[in-house]
Design a protein around this ligand. Sequence first.
Ligand SMILES: Nc1ncnc2c1ncn2[C@@H]1O[C@H](COP(=O)(O)OP(=O)(O)OP(=O)(O)O)[C@@H](O)[C@H]1O
Length: 248
Amino acid sequence: MIEIDNLTIRFGSGQRPVVRNVSLRIKRGTAFGLVGESGCGKSTVLRAISGLNPNYEGGIKLDGDTLGRQRDRQFFRRVQMVFQDPYGSLHPRKTIRSQLKEPLRNQGLATNSVDVDALLLAVGLDPSLTYRFPHQLSGGQRQRVAIARALVLNPAVLLLDEPTSALDVSVQAEILNLLEDLRKERGLTYLLVSHDLAVVSHMCGRVAIMEAGEIVEEVDIERLRKGAVEHSYSRHLLNASRNYGRTH
Ligand SMILES: Nc1ncnc2c1ncn2[C@@H]1O[C@H](COP(=O)(O)OP(=O)(O)OP(=O)(O)O)[C@@H](O)[C@H]1O
């Protein structure tokens, strides 16, 4: 579903690239994790795919089609993003109902073509929240709205950038479970970026480990769970995650 070949991204000519020769293949209907420490370039990869950063070298294909530098309306019918901070990504003065109709307005489609109540139910929210504003919801509810908004156009792919790291630990698993259920029900393909190996292990079948702009290793989740990784940085990340798990 997603093919990335030799993606290299630098900010400013002559600068050292922050992403170097990243190549990935993500199968349709699967969840793929991109994991690594803060600043290693994970979000930069996601932003290049989503069109937020058109200054990249290398190729990106979606379902066999090579993408140009600018993303068109058709692209956003197929690919949507969910960001870390739902408060930042929702409009503070628009009702939930209005925000869920926004993707249709952007596409020039009739706004009555979405069943807002059904969509709210699909993400585990009560339809009575429809006329509320973002500040009247909890962090977890806001992220559910952001996920609902990403689903309005029935995309095939969701690009998920740390979708749970701004949430309370107690809510994180609920959102991950919701995303997992939606993927299975709708046959979605996910590319999930996270610094948290536990999150990636929960959600993904395959994981690429990134260090300082490069992918150092790609493994199936069973191997990762068994600790059967080969690169020293992957082991370091795994040990850090296990130690954190023991103390929290
Ligand atoms: N617009 C920009 N201009 C200049 N440098 C940038 C820009 N965006 C990102 N960078 C740099 O690129 C590198 C990779 O950043 P990126 O946000 O992709 O990392 P990350 O792995 O997603 O980390 P985090 O989880 O903290 O966001 C960092 O050194 C960052 O400072």
